[in-house]
Structure formats: C-alpha cells, structure tokens
Design a protein around this ligand. Structure first.
Ligand code: IPM
Ligand code: MN
Length: 357
C-alpha cells in the first residue's frame, strides 16, 4: 500500500471502449477499498464522436496535463466513420510518442488450459512477456507518397532505429528478465538477416548484455519466433523486439493465451506517466450491446496498479482473473461467454471483495 493518491486520466475512447473501461473502473474502485490506496480520475472525451463534433483529435495542451499525472487508462480507439488509422495515430500514437512511452509491455500468460488453441499446452508452458520498443521503427511516421493513384506511384515508410532506442529497450528487458527470476532468458526477435539496418539491435543487445551475465542471451528471427511461439512457447521468458514485429507477434501471443479478450498492455516510461490499455480494438459493431468481454481491460488495470506500486492489489486482481477462468465461471474470453460485460465486471468485483482479508 502506498500513501500517494494516484492521479489517473481515463480515456474510454470508441466502440466498446466505454463499456469495458466502466468495468475496469469498478475493479479499480473495489481494489482501492480492499488494498487501501486512493486515486483520482479525470475522464477525457477523445475519440471519434469528439472528433466529429469538434474537429479535434487530441488538443496539444492535454499532453502537458498528462505529464502531471501518474497513469492514463485507455479503452479503445478507432471508428469506421473516420479515415483509417487517423484517430489511432493521433491519440494512441500521440500518447506513446509525445510522452515518450518507449516500452510497450505485453504479458503472454495462459490461465487455463481450455483457453489456448495449442494442443497439449498448459499454463506451465505459456508464461512469457514481450518488451516491444514503442517509439521508433515504421511507426515513426517518416515517409509519404509520390504521384498518388498513378501507375508511377511511389510509397515510402522508413523503419528507423536509434542506438538510444535500442539500448533503453534492451536494458529494460534485461532488467525485467532478472526481476522475473524465472528462466532468466532474454530472446531478441528481429529480422537482421534481411533487414540489415536491424543489426543495430544485434550489436546493442550484445553490448548491453555484457552487463547481465546472469541472463541467457537468445536470438530468433521474427518468422522463426512465430513458429516457436506455437510449437514451443515454454522456451520463452522475456522477448525484446522492434515496434512493428512487437505489434504482430503480440496478437499471435494473445491468441495462445486465450484471445484478444485477455491481452493487456502497458505503454511505459519508467518513473513517468504511463498508459495502460487492452490490446484489442474498438469493435464498433459490439458498441453498447453489453457483450464485449472486459477481462483484457481489467488486466490493464492490474498492470497499471503494478506500475503504480500497488503490487498487492495487482497480484490480487490477477488471482481473481485466474480463478474465474480456470473454474470456468467465466467460460470464454469472447462474446460467446453468455455473460454480459457488466456481469463479468461484477464477478471480478465480488470475488475481489470475497477474498478480503
Ligand atoms: C496495438 C495496435 C496499434 C499499434 C494500432 C491501433 C495503431 O494495433 O496497440 O497493438 O499498431 O500499435
Ligand atoms: Mn496491435
């Protein structure tokens, strides 16, 4: 328990964002009474509706406001009424880049055997974490089009990697492997055989690795890593990887832990305001139907509390999620569970209160 009051910005966003965030906040509230921490939230309206009404995606001054806070809790962004990717770049990308949230942390953990599509794999086999670099690569926004819509069109998007970016991601991942104290294995996932610029990752990884002789340095090209994630997930402990590959392999990871309904992430700058969100999108067609599973968002609350130093609360929420899934009281992680969004949230809250001690 910490004596600080955690200041949290809440951005429900689009589609199912509002419903799943509502459940996440219920769990946050229950955890605060149980574990005795306090928090304040301020809700922001950014997303498609706000943009259509005002023409503004994210006002610049909001980023300064965010810098004064401890965490940002985001639901989902994206709406078919708006040009593809525009809101995502401005809001999710804006937060990641402008607040320099250079780590995107994505745990891949299986809580119950029946949730994975992998044959004969159990929770013992699927428990690793991906450290995705979060501010560089093809996401940096360097590129453009020439002679658009002509036979001579040229499209360009540059994958950039800086020594600083690679180094801080690698260091974070080595520290994490040490802290986890498990297999103590860090796997660098890249494609340096084909994308030669990525040798900056190979070299930086080896250099930073000299400071961590207790951590095994492992390597896989991204195509092989995808194969191994399915064939032998038990190999992995911590993975560090550039932004774009991190995006791709963590959707694959989400599937082996049970689907997008459980996958959460933290966008982190250690010691500074950081952002927590489910990995899934806004699923606009489910908006307002009370069908979306809020577990991924609740897992994002768990990660946020862990980041804020409320370790006991984070462990408590994780235990409840794990029990509800392994006992099949929450039978599936998608809209087929037969449970409403609010019912899933209530189950987590009730269970958390029950274990009060
Ligand atoms: C994610 C998402 C985003 C990304 C999109 C919405 C821009 O897929 O958080 O994984 O590509 O990073
Ligand atoms: Mn993604």
């Amino acid at each position: 328990m910490s004596s600080r009051t955690h200041k949290i910005a809440v951005l429900p966003g689009d589609g199912i964002g509002e419903e799943v965030v509502r459940e996440g906040l219920k769990v946050l509230d229950a955890a605060s009474s149980k574990y005795g921490f306090s928090y304040e939230t301020k809700t922001y309206p950014f997303g498609a509706d706000h943009y259509l009404e005002t023409g503004v995606t994210m006002p610049e001054e909001v980023f300064d406001e965010f810098r004064e806070l401890d965490a940002i809790f985001l639901g989902a962004i994206g709406d078919p009424r708006i040009e593809v990717g525009m809101l995502e770049r401005a809001i999710i990308g804006g937060i990641r880049f402008k607040l320099d949230l250079f780590i995107n942390l994505r745990p891949i953990k299986l809580y119950a055997e029946h949730l994975t599509p992998l044959k004969d794999k159990t929770p013992d086999d699927v428990d690793f974490i991906v450290v995705r670099e979060n501010t560089e690569d093809a996401y940096a926004g360097i590129g453009g089009h020439l002679k658009v819509d002509t036979a001579d069109e040229v499209a360009l998007q540059t994958m950039i990697y800086t020594r600083k970016g690679c180094e801080r991601a690698c260091r974070y991942a080595f520290e994490l492997a040490r802290e986890r104290g498990g297999k103590k294995r860090l796997t660098l996932v890249d494609k340096a055989n084909a994308v030669r610029a990525q040798s900056i990752w190979t070299r930086t990884f080896a250099e930073v690795g000299k400071e961590y002789p207790d951590i095994e340095q492992d390597h896989a090209y991204v195509d092989a890593a995808c194969m191994w994630m399915l064939k032998k997930p038990e190999w992995f402990d911590v993975i560090v990887t550039p932004n774009l590959f991190g995006d791709i392999i963590t959707d694959l990871g989400a599937m082996i832990q049970g689907g997008m309904g459980i996958a959460a992430s933290g966008n982190i700058h250690p010691g500074k305001v950081s952002m927590f969100e489910p990995i899934h999108g806004s699923a606009p067609k489910y908006r307002g139907l009370n069908k979306a599973n809020p577990i991924a968002t609740i897992a994002a609350v768990q990660m946020m509390l862990d980041y804020l130093g409320e370790k006991e609360a984070a462990v408590g929420i994780e235990g409840v999620i794990s029990n509800l899934l392994s006992s099949k009281r929450i039978p599936t992680l998608d809209a087929s569970s037969g449970l409403g969004t609010d019912e899933v949230g209530n189950l987590v809250v009730d269970e958390l209160r029950k274990n009060a001690g």
